[in-house]
Write a protein that binds this ligand. Structure first.
Ligand SMILES: Nc1nc2c([nH]c(=O)n2[C@H]2C[C@H](O)[C@@H](COP(=O)(O)OP(=O)(O)OP(=O)(O)O)O2)c(=O)[nH]1
Length: 138
C-alpha cells in the first residue's frame, strides 16, 4: 500500500425503500465518483460521531444510526481507505448539497448502475446481500 491511509465513516441512508447516493464534485479527490455521504474520522472521534458531524456539514442532514455494516479497506493507487459504513434512517428534512455535485435516491437494486468510488463496491454488495438482492453487476 502506498500513500496515506484514511479512516472514513459513511452512511447508507434509507428512506421509503430508497437509498441516498451522493456524487463527488469535480474539485474533490475521486472526482465525479458516487459515494455514500460521510468523511474522514478525526482524532478522538468515534466513527458514529464523525458521521453525524459530516452529514450536517455536507448535507444539513440529521439521521439516526441504525446499525454498522462490516468495514472494508481498499487501496487506491495513491492512498488507501477503510470505510466504516452505517445503515441510517432520516430524522426529517431534505438533504442540501454543500459540497457534492449531485445526489440521487435509488432503490437498492439500482445502486450499482452508478459509477461508484471503487472502495464502495464491497460495501454495496454486502448491503445488497443483507437486503436479499443478489449482486447484479460488479
Ligand atoms: N465520504 C466518503 N468517502 C469515500 C467513500 N468511498 C471512498 O473511497 N471515499 C474516499 C474519498 C475521499 O478520498 C475519502 C473521504 O474523505 P472526504 O469525504 O473528507 O473527502 P475530501 O474531499 O475532504 O478528501 P480530500 O480530497 O481532502 O483528501 O474517502 C464513501 O463512500 N464516502
Amino acid at each position: 500500500m502506498t500513500g496515506k491511509h484514511l479512516r472514513v465513516a459513511c452512511a447508507i441512508i434509507e428512506r421509503n425503500g430508497l437509498v441516498l447516493a451522493t456524487r463527488r464534485s469535480a474539485a474533490m479527490s475521486l472526482p465525479l465518483k458516487w459515494e455514500f455521504p460521510g468523511g474522514k474520522i478525526d482524532h478522538g472521534e468515534t466513527a458514529e460521531q464523525c458521521l453525524l458531524r459530516e452529514l450536517v456539514e455536507e448535507l444539513s442532514l440529521r439521521v439516526v444510526i441504525r446499525h454498522p455494516l462490516p468495514e472494508h479497506t481498499h487501496a487506491y493507487p495513491d492512498f488507501s481507505v477503510t470505510l466504516y459504513p452505517f445503515v441510517c434512517g432520516m430524522v426529517g428534512g431534505e438533504p442540501v448539497l454543500h459540497e457534492h455535485a449531485a445526489l440521487a435516491w435509488l432503490p437498492p437494486g439500482e445502486l450499482l448502475t452508478l459509477d461508484w468510488a471503487e472502495a464502495d463496491l464491497p460495501v454495496i454488495n454486502g448491503y445488497l446481500a443483507r437486503c436479499g438482492i443478489m449482486e447484479a453487476r460488479r
